[in-house]
Design a binder for this molecule. Structure first.
Ligand SMILES: [Zn+2]
Length: 202
């Protein structure tokens, strides 16, 4: 799979434009539409949102309208996107969810013949979801190359983050693509997760 990483102007969040022979999809929406269009070069089948913080969700509706595709996100995002006090965007609010397809818990969807598995991983936010496509894992603000997402924002929870990390230990991936910063390998993440499991268990 060809993955183009775009670093946005919104807290340097990552947007990933991913293409294989079956489909093109986008993970997160913090970068302006022109940058994403340039990387996508044509049809986009789906947009996936790792969570509802504004730096990841800001241009979601613009992408969906422009590409004529749906936005896949955990259902708890309906609590976060309408309210700038919960999504942390100044004057940023999404009230219309007609372009969304809501996910619950863990599961999988098939889009254009491609299976995409999703894992609900609350802790940083109630709606955090990680997406596994083949062996590429899109972790949003749950896992960073060295670190995990903060748990002190609205809806954050150390206990839930601990449970999410325990779950993520068992996901078979080769490369993690985080919501901010660089990619990391499975080996690097095994180490990273272990450190924070210990830290959060105290
Ligand atoms: Zn976040």
């Amino acid at each position: 799979m060809k993955i183009t990483q775009i670093v946005s102007d919104e807290l340097d969040s990552n947007v990933f434009v991913c293409q294989n022979e079956k489909l093109t999809f986008i993970v997160d929406c913090g970068a302006t539409l022109d940058k994403v269009r340039e990387a996508a070069k044509g049809k986009v089948s789906a947009v996936f949102l790792t969570h509802g913080h504004y730096d990841h969700a800001k241009y979601a509706l613009e992408y969906a309208k422009s590409f004529g595709c749906k936005i896949y996100a955990n259902k708890n995002i309906t609590e976060i996107l309408p309210d700038p006090a919960k999504n942390y965007g100044e004057n940023f609010s999404i009230q219309d969810f007609s372009d969304f397809i809501f996910l619950e818990g863990d599961g999988s969807v098939v889009i254009d013949g491609q299976q995409i598995k999703y894992f609900h991983c609350p802790g940083h936010s109630k709606c955090c979801t990680c997406f596994l496509i083949d062996d590429d894992f899109f972790t949003g603000d749950v896992l960073f190359a060295q670190g995990i997402g903060r748990t002190d924002l609205f809806g954050g929870s150390k206990a839930q983050m601990l449970a999410s990390l325990q779950k993520l230990q068992n996901v078979p991936f080769e490369r993690a693509h985080s919501g901010h910063g660089a990619d990391s390998s499975k080996t690097e993440q095994e180490k990273n997760i272990k450190v924070f499991l210990r830290f959060l268990s105290r």
